[in-house]
Design a protein. Structure first.
Length: 238
């Protein structure tokens, strides 16, 4: 195991802040957040699939569940060969029922339906590119730890998955990327359950800030991977 030193951290930071013709800028990493709703009227903000339940089944490649529009298509499960890992991230104080199947997302869909507004958002669907420099054995760690630090530690819940499929010639049939379905509404039992939450990427500014954090993480970890530093002891420098 190789420990990363303070001097190595300083070198990484200098390289991140200095211009380079050989390295793509951090904003070259694709990062999108789509609202999950039946309808969405803001120009150029294409909605994701209609329910949080459906979006979670899609990223988990699960055809065994249904939402109020019907069962999931068989194609979800037929694409499980693209799935490298998945899970549900919950805050430390989450009640036991929150880990029960799709309960969080079904509750969010029910709360959205109860508003009577087809534009109401039940959750957010995050899609983020993973750079080629990151080894595949670190994709799931990279995705889950990012969501944990940025959202779950602040009380949000996130279903996540990593998809990717290599081609035989060293390229990609499906380039590696992370999906996450993130709660947009209060989800714990209580008077506020089902109401929109103002702090979980609910504004354009918050979403832009989250995208910038992902790109910084990608740039830093790409340099770490290229330099061969020890991943297990890597501190939180992103």
């Amino acid at each position: 195991m190789i420990d990363i030193t303070n001097a190595q951290i300083a070198t990484i930071r200098r390289r991140l802040l200095s211009p380079s013709r050989d390295r793509r800028p951090p904003d070259a990493i694709d990062f999108k957040i789509r609202p999950i709703s039946e309808d969405w009227l803001i120009l150029d903000r294409r909605p994701a699939l209609k329910t949080a339940t459906c979006n979670t089944a899609y990223i988990w490649r699960d055809s065994s569940v249904s939402d109020r529009f019907g069962p999931m298509p068989r194609s979800f499960a037929e694409r499980r060969f693209e799935l490298h890992g998945s899970g549900l991230l919950l805050p430390a104080n989450a009640p036991l029922w929150a880990a029960n199947g799709y309960q969080i997302w079904e509750d969010a869909d029910a709360a959205t339906l109860a508003t009577g507004d087809p534009r109401a958002v039940s959750a957010w669907h995050l899609i983020a590119q993973i750079p080629d420099a990151i080894p595949s054995k670190k994709w799931c760690w990279m995705a889950a730890s990012f969501l944990e630090q940025q959202l779950v530690e602040r009380g949000a819940c996130a279903a996540w998955a990593v998809h990717g499929l290599a081609s035989g010639d060293g390229g990609w049939i499906v380039p590696p990327h992370m999906h996450a379905v993130v709660t947009a509404r209060h989800w714990k039992a209580g008077a506020r359950k089902g109401q929109r939450h103002p702090a979980w990427i609910s504004s354009t500014r918050q979403q832009m800030r989250l995208g910038a954090a992902w790109r910084r993480r990608c740039a830093t970890l790409s340099l770490v991977a290229q330099a061969g530093f020890g991943w297990p002891t890597l501190p939180k420098i992103w």
